[in-house]
Design a protein around this ligand. Sequence first.
Ligand SMILES: [Zn+2]
Length: 904
Amino acid sequence: MRKFSLLLACIFLFNPVFAQISPKEHFGFTIGDDYQLANFTQTLNYFKQISEQSERVKLTGIGDTEEGRTQPMLIVSSPENLKNLDYYKEISQKLARAEGISDAEARELAEKGKAIVWIDGGLHATETLGIHQLIETLWNLVSRKDAETLRILDNTIILMVHANPDGHELVSNWYMREKIPEKRSLDHLPRLYEKYAGHDNNRDFFMMNLRETQNMSRQLFLEWLPQIMYNHHQRGPEGSVVAGAPYRDPFNYVFDPILMTSLDALGAAMNSRLNVENKPGYTQKYGSVFSTWYNGGLRTTTYFHNIIGLLTETIGGPTPSEISLVPKRLIPNGGTTFPVTPQKWHFRQSIDYSVSLNYAVLNYAVRNRDELLFNIYRMGKNSIERGNKNSWGLSPNKVEAIHQAYLKDQPGAKPVKQQILPKKYFDTVMNNPATRDPRGYIIPANQEDFQTAVKFVNALIRSGILVHKASDEFIVAGKNYPRGSFIVKTNQAFRPHVLDMFEPQDHPNDFEYEGGPPIAPYDAAGWTLAYMMHVQFDRFQDDFNGPFEPIPYGEIQRPEPGDLTHAKAYLINAESNNAFMAVNELLKVGEKVFRIGDGAEIGDFFIPGNHKTKSILGKIKNEKGLEIRLSNKTPDHLRKLSELRIALWDTYGGSMSSGWVRLLMEQFGFKASLLYAKEIDAGNLNKKFDLIIFVPGAIPVFSGGNLRANSSFSGPDPETIPEEFRNQLGSIHPEKSIPELQKFIELGGKVICIGSSTNLVYHLKLPVRNAMVEIGANGLERNLPNEKYYIPGSILSANTANTNPAAWGMPSLSDIYFDKSPVFKVSIEAITSGKIKPILWFSDAAPLRSGWAWGQTYLRNGVTAFEAALGKGKVYAFGSEITFRAQTYGTFRLLFNQLYGLSE
Ligand SMILES: [Zn+2]
């Protein structure tokens, strides 16, 4: 007996594979069992145990989450490879950046390197398949001894990343709180599964506002630069099991073509693997809505870095479900080669599919290891070469210009697509020096709000972009630039990302058929970050040089420290976003802050100098950056700022738009209480608040008293949710909430409404109308149909009333984020009487700056933001999304300006 135990102990000590704890032993159920979910705490414990027991795993933390948990990443490979991670990481970095190496050297490195494959799970926490397939895949990789698994471990380094620990804990505990398995449900989750962004945590990857995004971007774009990344989701289209690569058009025109063909190859490997294993239901290309146009998703941002980003959306969850009958999906075609038939579906099946798909990707990486490594180098090198010479990227605008050049020579000819044109028209456009792609950009240090420009630069740096900084003043093309200016050149491996952040997105006119309805882009059509943040930059189509020092990869830029001297008063530009941080700090301790009411410095902040103001301003200047001017005279017309009691609307379950504004308010030091419908309905709002903010999605459509058409809240039974959340139930009701809001405003309250919540102005019967209408065939007014007018998320240029205190600090033409946003018609009478003061409007017939604006001429003379007086109070209506995903720094001031009391 004793001998036997000794033998067991020996096995335990010397053959770690035997000692590994299986998911079933650890969690008490098999991953994929019906009605069973593991939470984050249990999962992290499992990861810890496995990493202690297995020689194939190294557990690392990649940073903290927004709720303070550690975000884990498991590195899985052969024991031999795990001993040499730095070596393989360096090869991966060298090849991806493609700097200063030749094809021959790249081939040599590709021969020596390992394929780096990223697999994540759990980004969208309610898509519970994501994290559970990661656990099961890990178990397969550490426990299996078959030839394929061993080949994978020898040839690849797998980065297994938990994409959202906070949400995982919340969602699993919510589901498992019900003791009777059959009654478990994910419905009515009480709050966002990412503290601020919820589902939008997959829209943050060029801006990187969130900690989780910063953590993952560091691993993707600065540390490991994997050749393949695989991002798991759970939302297969009806009548299928998985939607995967390759994806539908349009793809973004800045991509290297090798990327697109690699997506085809990986997609084929994944689809084929399922076919071989007799697992039907994979759909691709036009079989699903997913495209590769957008930047900013965890998967999609990788394309702009030459990484082959894979997304699957797979059905299934712990509660058994059904595959619906969708007859048109039953005909095999190039989109769906092996249709699945209607049937009952269990979680375990989705887990098995996911493991198969992971193995398909890993097996592809094994078989094509050196090619993957060489190809990412080749894509990087192509980028460098394109940035080093005159090059002309192809896009719809250029093709349109070719057509126009031809038509100019053919008076009276009608435009016909697909015809053959003489080559000279190609040359007119594509050999024209004026239409060349840029070689680089300079971001001058002496711009109005340089600190916002620095935030933009930091977003590039976090994304692995090489940025230079001027160590001295310099001249380019006759213009002087100060020391500290930033330079971003396009001759770098991630040129697609550089172009995407500075240049307009030229979305094609994408319709179901000629004259038919538009095909919606999967997310935004245009998002040029430099425009959204109102960064001032100069664009150069010829190479330029100067005293430029490369900033080491990943080094976040901070303001240069310097003392603030004593002065009678301090002045801060009205254009400065960080000014609001300073104002909030000063008001909090009872210091006086003014804004200049007129003249050349209109809107600038004026702060009387004393020890306290000097120390507060000096601190913000050094920590966050702030341009402060010294002054020894007091301007004539000063308007005093006072703190307001601010409420921010939110709802049970959490509104993403509200979450983003909450993040913004925290970042800039504003205090706000969350306000739910019930509290509005209870009335007496003026006793508690001075100002209420309604983000998109709060105020229902005005239906002229037709209650049936009003949205009614289908919330959970209050008895079934924890008491702490019950006061959050309910929604804005036209009969109960709107009269209270009206009272609040008439008694002197201020309301800001954004996006669809400008519906409020119709409930309040303000003298404005919808401008985007036409007279239909029946003589009645109707909304413009999508065939005539369609503007999905894009950037437009709008005239701005920047002498109105509401828009102080704005340029006279502002770049605004517009997403099918409300536009108003205001009568001349309403304007001349002062009842309505337009803030943003379109005087141009072609205001599109980036994205897609079909029928944009309809916008002309439309007003998209205004201020209205009502009783003693005010309504500020912003049709366009001035706080969109906390990315639109160029329009934050349109919110911030309204958040104080302002003396006359
Ligand atoms: Zn998802």
